[in-house]
Design a protein around this ligand. Structure first.
Ligand code: APR
Length: 175
């Protein structure tokens, strides 16, 4: 089986354009849409996504829910609710790690082969990018190790700075 690192890739893209099994949405606990990547995903998926989400009854921080992708090129959307950054003393790191683990649990349950994450909590929710990238890379490598069926996981940055941050953690120079 290919090493975990070769199955983890960094992209600088609009996540709504990716034809993967599932894209991850950085949602809020209502699951009824918002701005940022949440708004972009709902716009691209079409109104059926919101209608479907209305029936889910929301999602607690750190957990995830799966829906069809509707008009998106991705088959599914896995909505996860990241923590709002309050300085690090309210369990933010544990909750962010929990987002990734919850997504990987749903990916395994649905036998997905490809997955793409945005930088959960790094926008409106204010999570420091370096700390978030460190958690994202660690949890993605662990998720890939635990699930050989998962062929590739993409960490999708929306800007060059976030892409560089991801690369610093995902592909450190050989020691
Ligand atoms: N593709 C990929 N990444 C994107 C896209 C996109 N189309 N649009 C935004 N991003 C990036 C942002 O640049 C940021 O790095 O997604 C990351 C997460 O930022 P937010 O979307 O603001 O998400 P978050 O910080 O988790 O805040 C969630 O914002 O939109 C609301 O309803 C959402 O209340 C929730 C909150």
């Amino acid at each position: 089986m290919k090493q975990q690192k070769s199955r983890l890739a960094v992209l600088q893209e609009d996540i709504t354009t990716l034809a993967v099994d599932a894209i991850v949405n950085a949602a809020n606990s209502s699951l009824l849409g918002g701005g940022g990547v949440d708004g972009a995903i709902h716009r691209a998926a079409g109104p059926e996504l919101l209608a479907f989400c209305r029936g889910l009854g929301g999602c607690p921080t750190g957990e995830a829910r799966i829906t069809p992708g509707f008009r998106l090129p991705a088959r599914y959307v896995i909505h996860t609710v990241g923590p709002v950054w309050h300085g690090g003393g309210r369990g933010e790191a544990r909750l962010l790690a929990s987002c990734y683990r919850s997504v990987f649990a749903l990916a395994a349950q649905h036998e997905l082969a490809s997955l793409a994450f945005p930088a959960v909590s790094c926008g409106v929710y204010g999570y420091p990018r370096d700390a978030a990238a460190c958690i994202a890379v660690a949890e993605c490598l662990a998720g890939l190790t635990a699930n050989p069926r998962l062929e590739v996981v993409y960490l999708v940055a929306f800007d060059a700075a976030m892409a560089q941050t991801y690369r610093r953690f995902a592909c450190p120079p050989d020691a």
